[in-house]
Design a protein around this ligand. Structure first.
Ligand code: UDP
Length: 238
C-alpha cells in the first residue's frame, strides 16, 4: 500500500462526467474508465465515498424553467442521481469492488437508506459508498450534498472531478489562454464567482476547513495522485 495524504476521500462525480462526449445519458465507455480509476485508488487502500450528480438526465432548474413546480422538478433530479448511482455501482462491482448505494430518499428495493454511522462502517470495511439522491431536499445541489457527506463521513478532502485540469479564470474550452490556478482560497472562489462548486457548497467547506481539490478526471492516475498528495489541479482551502 502506498502512503497517502488523504486516506478517506469524498469524490464528487457530476452527471455530465458520466455522459462522456454526449449531452445526455450514461456513456458505457466513459463509466468504465471512471470506474477503473476508482478501483485503482481503492486498491491502494483509500476509503472512497462518492456523491453522484444527475445533470446528464434531469436538472431541477431546467424543469422549473419550463413551468414545473421547482420542488417537483428537484425530486426528479434527485431520482436521476439514483439511476446514475446504480449504474456506477454495477460497473464498480463488475470490476471486483464491494459497494453500497445509500440513498437520501428511501428506496429500499434499490438502495440502503443513508445512515451516517452505517456509511462509515462500510468505508471502514473497504466498501465504496455511493451516496445517491443528494441531500434528499429540493433547492439543493449534489455539490452541497458532496460537501455535507464529506463532513459527515470524516473525509479529509473533497475531490471534485471535472473535464479540465482545474479551476481557470475563464472557460478553458472557449479561451485557450485561460489561466489555471494552482491554489485558491474559499473567499477568492466566492468573491470572484469562480466555477468550482455552488456557493452553498463552498461556504460549507470553508466553515469546516475541508480542502477541495478540483482536477481532471480523465487523466489516468489522477485520483491516485490526488490522494497521494501530489499537486494536481487546483487546491482550494482557507
Ligand atoms: N437535487 C436536489 N437536492 C439535492 C441534490 C440534487 O434537489 O440535494 C436535484 C436538483 O434538481 C439538481 C438535480 O438533483 O438539479 C441533479 O443534481 P445536480 O444538478 O447537482 O447534478 P450534477 O450537476 O452534479 O450532474
Amino acid at each position: 500500500m502506498t502512503r497517502m495524504k488523504y486516506e478517506r476521500v469524498l469524490l464528487k462525480l457530476s452527471g455530465e462526467a458520466l455522459a462522456g462526449p454526449y449531452n445526455f445519458g450514461i456513456d458505457p465507455t466513459t463509466i468504465k474508465v471512471i470506474s477503473q480509476e476508482i478501483v485503482d485508488v481503492v486498491e491502494q487502500g483509500a476509503e472512497v465515498a462518492l456523491v453522484i450528480g444527475g445533470g446528464n438526465i434531469f436538472r431541477g432548474v431546467s424543469g422549473s424553467a419550463k413551468g414545473m413546480e421547482r420542488s417537483a422538478a428537484d425530486y426528479m433530479g434527485m431520482m436521476a442521481t439514483v439511476m446514475n448511482a446504480v449504474a456506477v455501482q454495477d460497473n464498480l462491482e463488475k470490476l471486483g469492488l464491494s459497494t453500497r448505494v445509500m440513498s437520501a430518499i428511501t428506496m429500499r428495493e434499490v438502495a440502503e437508506p443513508y445512515i451516517r454511522r452505517r456509511a462509515i462502517r462500510h468505508l471502514e470495511k473497504g466498501r465504496v459508498v455511493i451516496c445517491a439522491a443528494g441531500t434528499g431536499n429540493p433547492y439543493f445541489t449534489t455539490d452541497t450534498a458532496a460537501a455535507l457527506r464529506a463532513m459527515e463521513l470524516g473525509a479529509q478532502a473533497l475531490l471534485k472531478a471535472t473535464r479540465v485540469a482545474g479551476v481557470y479564470d475563464k472557460d478553458p474550452e472557449q479561451f485557450p489562454e485561460a489561466h489555471l490556478y494552482k491554489t485558491l482560497t474559499y473567499i477568492q472562489v466566492l468573491q470572484e464567482k469562480l466555477r468550482v462548486m455552488d456557493s452553498a457548497a463552498i461556504s460549507l467547506c470553508m466553515d469546516n476547513d475541508l480542502p477541495i481539490i478540483v482536477f481532471d478526471l480523465f487523466e489516468k492516475g489522477n485520483i491516485q495522485r490526488v490522494t497521494a498528495g501530489e499537486a494536481v489541479g487546483t487546491l482550494v482551502q482557507g
